[in-house]
Design a protein. Sequence first.
Length: 264
Amino acid sequence: MHPMLTIAIKAARRAGAIINRGSLDIDKVQIARKGPNDFVTEIDHAAEEAIIEVLRDAYPDHSFLGEESGFVSGQDGASGAAPEYQWIIDPLDGTRNFIHGFPNYAVSIALAHKGVITQAVVYDPARNEMFTSTRGGGAFLNDRRVRVANRTRFNEAMLAGRFPTVTSSNRKGAERFYPLVDESAGFRRLGATVLELAYVACGRLDGFCGVNLQAWDIAAGSLLVMEAGGLVGDFEGEQSWMKTGNMLAGSPKIFTQMIAALQA
C-alpha cells in the first residue's frame, strides 16, 4: 500500500472515531447554519482538525483544501508557491443525515499531485467500510478489490445523485434530469455524495449525477470510480467536472446512456 494512502487511512479512522462518539450524543452536539440548506456541527470541525493534524504531522509542506477550513497552505506557503501536493478533505459529508441519526455519512480524503488525484479514501464510520484507491492501483473496499457493476440496460440501472429540486425559477433546469429518474430502475438520493460515488465504484449503484458540487464532494470518489473501471465526466462526457462541479459517474455502458438521457 502506498505510504501516503496509509497516512490518509489513519486520518480517516481518527475522524471516524470522533464522528461515532458524536453520534452517541447527537442531542448535545452544537449545530450552526452555513447557508440556506447547509448545516455544520462541531463534529465537522473536530473531524477536519483531526484529519489535518495527522496529515500535517506526516507531510508538513503539503497544502489542504477542507470544506470547513478552506485553503490552508503548508510550511512553504509563505513563499507564494503552490505546493505540488494538496489534500482535499470533506470531514463529514452528509451532515444533515448525521444530525438526524440517519446513518448515511462519510469522511472523504483525496490527495492531488499537480492537480491530478492520486490517492483516495472514503470512510463510512457507521458501517466501518473503508474505500481506498491509489492511481493505477485499483479500488478497494476493506482491502477487497471492487469493480463497477456490469449491468448494461438503463432500465435496470439504479442511479443516485444530487440535482436541483423544481422551483418556479429553475423548472427548465430541473426537468433536464427527469429522464434519469423516469427511465432508470430507481433513483436514490442518499444525502452523501462521497458515499454515492463509492457505491458506484463497488457496484451497489450503477450511476451518479450531481450538479454544482464542490471539489471535496467529488475528488476521492472520482478516483474510486475510475480505478474500479468506471467513467467520470461532465454532462457532455468531457473532463470539465472538477471545475464546473457538474458530474456524471458510472459503469461504462450506463455512463454513455446517462449522457444520452440528459441530451434527449
